[in-house]
Design a protein around this ligand. Structure first.
Ligand SMILES: [Zn+2]
Length: 277
């Protein structure tokens, strides 16, 4: 009798690859703090913590990706693109994908349907104006989409969403008449719950060896099953020197496995879409 895991839905990867890996970065910068409330406009320390990601974290991350010749996906709020145009253009010039991440890091579930559409259109316009790209992928701030989000993404011609957690391979997220190709995320494959810390909410500052253990073990399991390893990081969190070293270590661990397809989220979406149609 076959094992149950063998009957799980799968996607096949190109050129006989056994599993796929996407490194993704949410470039929040100051937008996440500013979205928390008007009082944050004068909270220079909170704003500077986000800005660190642009000025210090991003260059280290881009160098590491260059060193390993890996193309990644960067989800950028429109406001971040406007405030840090040169840094975001540099991401694009380096060959990485630019995806949509709201305008001022708005959580869709806290917006009206009308506001949701305005925010998505505003984010598209900003990325077009500043970087000259039309994003095909969307990742919702705080990973909380609504049925309206699916509707807006369809209306605006998006290819994929990357905010839901219903699988660990690409799948279709459905609600009523609306659906969208989903490249799933997970809190355990996000640097924020493991490393994120701020003065209001606290958090934790983990030993990177512990985080390496979690991420490498999850990769090993997905590799064994032929799955999809989507890692989410933030330049202000993972751009610290010892965490860039952790990412380097993780990349080397993954590189020790044969048959890994390193791809941007867009590449994975374009490859998976026909199999899920
Ligand atoms: Zn974000």
């Amino acid at each position: 009798m076959g094992r149950r895991v063998d009957s799980l839905p799968r996607v096949s990867w190109p050129e006989g690859a056994r599993c796929a890996v996407t490194l993704s970065f949410d470039v929040d910068a100051e937008s996440a703090a500013l979205n928390r409330g008007e009082e944050y406009a004068k909270r220079l320390t909170s704003l500077s913590q986000g800005r660190y990601g642009i000025h210090r974290g991003l260059p280290r991350i881009l160098d590491l990706l260059d060193e390993h010749a890996i193309q990644a996906t960067f989800f950028v709020p429109g406001y971040t693109a406007e405030q840090h145009a040169e840094a975001i253009r540099e991401i694009h010039r380096s060959g990485h994908e630019i995806g949509h991440h709201g305008y001022l890091h708005e959580r869709p579930d806290r917006l009206s349907p009308e506001q949701e559409l305005v925010v998505i259109e505003r984010g598209i316009a900003a990325l077009d104006r500043v970087v000259g790209v039309r994003p095909v992928g969307y990742r919702s701030p705080a990973w909380e989409i609504t049925p309206t989000t699916l509707q807006c993404l369809n209306a605006c011609g998006f290819l994929y969403d990357s905010s839901c957690m219903g699988s660990d391979i690409p799948y279709v997220e459905r609600h009523g008449d609306h659906q969208m190709l989903e490249l799933p995320v997970q809190w355990l494959l996000d640097d924020w719950p493991l490393f994120g810390f701020d003065g209001d909410n606290g958090g934790q500052i983990s030993n990177p060896d512990k985080v390496f253990e979690i991420w490498a073990a999850e990769f090993d399991g997905l590799y064994k099953e032929g799955g999809y390893f989507m890692l989410t990081m933030h330049p202000e969190v993972s751009g610290r020197p010892h965490r860039v070293a952790l990412l380097d270590r993780l990349i080397r661990h993954i590189r020790d496995h044969v048959g890994v397809w390193w791809a941007t989220a867009e590449q994975v979406a374009r490859h998976s879409a026909p199999q899920l149609a």
